[in-house]
Design a protein around this ligand. Structure first.
Ligand code: MTE
Ligand code: MO
Length: 180
């Protein structure tokens, strides 16, 4: 008796199914972070360098405003140490930006237009909903103020964040991140 050669053995079938499952897992992981980072066509407002997997220029990922505003939206209402009263911030979560780029590291060095720079532990972005704000009270943040981007912590929600150590990390006029 000869077996039906058109019918794959259970082993071959299982192997094919496993291969397909793996391919799907890889494809969905790639889709979750985005396969490609397009070229910015507007003015570049943020450059991310260092230990990232996805780039759109030599060793870095450059974002114009439209690319940043395409990240999942985040909103946060909080007092700040430099404004009066509760302010509403709109932007994106720092962790979503880092995930999008496949960032690997312990620290993000955040630098500003005025040459201010500080190292922020990446664990901050997992422990807290840290927002990179593009707007305050519905108004776009501009470089003459605290823009183009301002790192904003949910300080009203966590007593721990009401501390000078965190105040330093509220980088305003943010224009560059380096993952280390
Ligand atoms: N771009 C930029 N961001 C910055 C700073 C700065 O000098 N430049 N100072 C930091 C410090 S030390 C604090 S306490 C808060 C508030 O600083 P400010 O009172 O000088 O605005 O912003 C932080 N973010
Ligand atoms: Mo400060």
């Amino acid at each position: 008796m000869t077996g039906d050669r058109r019918c794959p053995s259970p082993v071959a079938r299982a192997g094919r199914a496993a291969g397909l499952a793996l391919a799907l897992a890889v494809a969905s992981a790639a889709a979750a972070v985005g396969e490609d980072l397009r070229q910015p066509d507007g003015a570049v407002v943020l450059e991310v360098a260092g230990r990232i997997e996805r780039t759109n220029r030599e060793g870095a990922a450059a974002f114009d405003r439209a690319m940043l505003e395409a990240l999942p939206p985040a909103r946060l209402e909080t007092t700040t140490v430099v404004t009066d009263g509760v302010r509403r911030f709109d932007g994106f979560y720092m962790r979503d930006l880092l995930d999008r780029l496949g960032a690997q590291g312990e620290t993000v060095r955040a630098s500003a237009l005025n040459d201010y720079a500080i190292d922020i532990p990446i664990t901050d972005f997992m422990r807290f909903d840290v927002v990179v704000a593009t707007h305050m009270d519905g108004e776009r943040l501009e470089p003459r103020g605290k823009g183009p981007l301002w790192i904003v912590y949910p300080r009203d929600d966590h007593a721990e964040l009401q501390d000078l150590r965190y105040d330093y990390r509220w980088v305003w006029q943010l224009d560059r991140l380096e993952v280390r």
